[in-house]
Ligand binder design. Structure first.
Ligand SMILES: Nc1ncnc2c1ncn2[C@@H]1O[C@H](COP(=O)(O)OP(=O)(O)O)[C@@H](O)[C@H]1O
Ligand SMILES: [Mg+2]
Length: 471
């Protein structure tokens, strides 16, 4: 193994950003990594991602399999966005399959001759469970010792994949879990018939870890992605990034004194479920248009077509009949609809954050009462809290539109918002109904805008938008 000891361990990667930042310090030359979990938990995908990412950085990877077919593995990889064939042709990645019937001694001999020929920096054994199944105690100890030393010999690291709980024996004292420098356990739970995946950091020598269980998703085209809760300390709010509230009456409430709003705030827009009015869609629409923002609008209630029609209607309410309404909607809004009943909470949250990465500076979650009703509140609140923190950290203006199906849920939403605009119905002396807007911003006294105030507000915004935005 002639290569000089030039490796700064910062060159190695888990191939998963969050793992690099959480336990990157543990991944150094000479490391042994144990990936364990039940069948289908994602071990092969994680091992492959690590192998691939390091090969991409010029650290050749040897992937040793027993059951998995080369063609199958390549297809799996390509569906997750990894082009293994390309790296293989460059000599950076080699997949070798040994027959299950081969003896442990023969497998190790074969590995030896392969690594003598080529300078691999990463070796994956998928899986040691299969290799060591049926092996005698001494053979097993010999193999584990061999693998443990291998990472030093190659001056890189080795990844051992093990199934749980079937390999309980090899995880016994003196076994893998004890000698490994890093132990990651992949798990899943089934929630409403849907898979929720978690990665548990059981051990990471040299890294201080405070979060041990991290949700993750496996996404077609993008691969394995971890979603660690953002730390509040890491969130930097940029006070310079302010936006204009295009109507003085509302500006007085939302941004007292300055007339400007911070871009990283969460604004709750609430309304009675049995008296929904287009006013509530006009408020985020006018702020987004006046500031020429690019917004992601996710509806949990309506199809993309219906949500779009609603948005167009609200823009028409602001601008009047204008031939350019549709073009404006296209320019400033990307509309998606999501059925929260079709996914687990982690999947839903991951999907939303992933969508937001497409370069938006505002978003509207429409109909948040639906996911709030479909998940247990004790699960939903931490996810909502983390998401809000994540959005804040990215300076995204966050509108949450909520039908007040329940006062308690309204209060949960309010407590996690920087401002609340709640449309209410009011009965006059003669029994006639009109709307009013209860408006509050953190740190200030709530105010109430009448329906006339609201109409005047929209009119004022209209003039400002027409002046600022090419319609
Ligand atoms: N293209 C894909 N998109 C989303 N999920 C996938 C994709 N391919 C595989 N998976 C998921 O990954 C899981 C298999 O992961 P794998 O790494 O083979 O598990 P293990 O090696 O732990 O048995 C399957 O349960 C499947 O749901
Ligand atoms: Mg596997």
């Amino acid at each position: 193994m002639g290569s000089p000891r030039s490796h700064c361990y910062g060159e190695f990667t888990f191939g998963v950003k969050a793992l690099d930042s959480l336990i990157g310090f543990s991944l150094m030359p000479g490391s042994t990594i144990l990936l364990t979990g039940h069948p289908g938990s994602g071990k092969t995908i994680l091992a492959l991602s690590m192998c691939y990412a390091n090969a991409l950085r010029g650290h050749p990877c040897l992937y040793i399999g027993f059951y998995e077919d080369k063609a199958k593995l390549y297809t799996l990889a390509s569906r997750l966005g990894m082009d293994i064939g390309d790296l293989e042709s460059k000599g950076l990645l080699l997949f070798v399959k040994f027959p299950v019937t081969m003896s442990v001694g023969d497998v190790l001999d074969n590995i030896n001759s392969i690594i003598k020929e080529r300078n691999f920096k990463v070796v994956v054994v998928d899986s040691v469970t299969v290799l060591l199944e049926g092996a005698r105690e001494r053979e097993r100890a010999y193999a584990l010792n061999y693998f443990y030393n291998l990472s030093n010999i190659i001056e890189g690291f080795i990844i051992l994949v093990a199934e749980t709980p079937y390999d309980y024996k090899i995880l016994m004292p003196g076994g893998l879990e004890f000698v490994a420098d890093i132990v990651l356990m992949l798990k899943y739970r089934v929630e409403r018939g849907l898979i929720d995946r978690f990665l548990e950091i059981r051990k990471a020598r040299g890294s201080p870890v405070s979060i041990v269980e991290i949700p993750f998703t496996i996404v077609e085209g993008a691969g394995l992605r971890l979603w660690p809760p953002p730390l509040l300390g890491e969130v930097v709010e940029d006070p310079e990034e302010t936006i204009v509230v295009p109507c003085s009456r509302l500006a007085k409430v939302l941004s007292p004194g300055t007339g400007k709003l911070r871009r990283s705030e969460t604004i709750l827009i609430a309304y009675p479920p049995d008296a929904r009015h287009i006013y509530v869609a006009a408020i985020p629409a006018m702020i987004i248009l006046a500031n020429r923002m690019k917004a992601l609008a996710v509806s949990y209630k309506y199809s993309e077509g219906v949500a779009r029609a609603l948005l167009s209607e609200s823009v028409k309410l602001i601008l009047g009949e204008d031939p350019n309404v549709e073009a404006l909607v296209d320019r400033h809004f990307t509309i998606r609809s999501v059925n929260p009943f079709g996914m687990s909470l982690n999947q839903l949250s991951a999907l939303e954050l992933k969508m937001l990465e497409e370069g938006f500076n505002a978003n509207i979650f429409h109909g948040v009462d639906v996911p709030m009703l479909s998940f247990a509140l004790r699960d939903y609140v931490p996810t909502l809290y983390n998401q809000r923190t994540y959005i804040k950290g990215r300076g995204i203006l966050n509108f949450r539109m909520f039908s007040v199906v329940d006062e308690r849920l309204y209060r949960v939403n309010s407590t996690l918002s920087d401002a609340v605009l709640r449309l209410r119905l009011k009965e006059g002396n003669g029994g006639e109904l009109s709307y009013e807007l209860y408006a509050w911003r953190r740190g200030f006294k709530p105010q109430i805008l009448s329906e006339e105030d609201l109409i005047a507000c929209i009119k004022e915004a209209s003039a400002l938008i027409k002046a600022r935005v090419k319609t």
